[in-house]
Design a protein. Structure first.
Length: 186
């Protein structure tokens, strides 16, 4: 199932991706693109003028209503930092029972609420950023492991690296943003 926020519909068309749904206030989509998807007859276009939610929030709400096991968001990282941060924070609105992530060319971004295991290549960069105060933060399988450290909101774990093929990240209280970085030059 593919759901596009309206701004992503132009990209989907350019990539020959045919979403099942396009949702949003339709202010970021060309009339020709709406006509293109309408003529295909495979995409349901949902106009929602709700200005209290972003188009991504509307797409997430729609996706969640379809009872998915996973929500993967593409196209959420861009040139505007305000939009990028808002899109990253949208991960906090998704039911924790649903695996959710944002993926772009260089990053995979996920939230950790309690514990999670990540796979990676040796020396691949992984950053762990507390979004709240954190209790009992632990990492294993990384170059710089931790054992039951309490920390505050902030930059605490930037540019750690995989020392093993899997790493475990956990905390007893709090919310962590975990970013795996690909294709970087140090």
């Amino acid at each position: 199932m593919i759901i596009c926020a309206d701004g992503g519909a132009e990209h989907a068309r350019n990539l020959d991706v045919f979403p099942d749904y396009i949702i949003g206030d339709l202010d970021s989509i060309k009339k020709q693109t709406i006509a293109f998807f309408n003529n295909l007859g495979k995409t349901k276009i949902i106009e929602n003028p709700d200005q209290n939610k972003t188009d991504l929030e509307l797409a997430i709400d729609l996706a969640a209503s379809l009872n998915p096991k996973t929500i993967t968001i593409f196209g959420a990282i861009g040139n505007r930092m305000d939009h990028t941060l808002a899109n990253i924070f949208c991960l906090t609105t998704i039911d924790p029972a649903i695996t959710s992530r944002i993926i772009d060319d260089c990053n995979t971004i996920e939230l950790v609420r309690d514990n999670q295991t990540f796979s990676g290549e040796m020396n691949e960069i992984i950053s762990i950023i507390p979004l709240t105060d954190i209790s009992q933060l632990m990492y294993t399988g990384l170059k710089w492991n931790l054992d039951k450290v309490d920390t505050n909101l902030g930059w605490f774990g930037i540019s750690n690296r995989f020392k093993e093929e899997t790493a475990s990240i956990s905390c007893s209280k709090g919310l962590l943003l975990v970013i795996k970085v690909r294709n970087t030059v140090d």
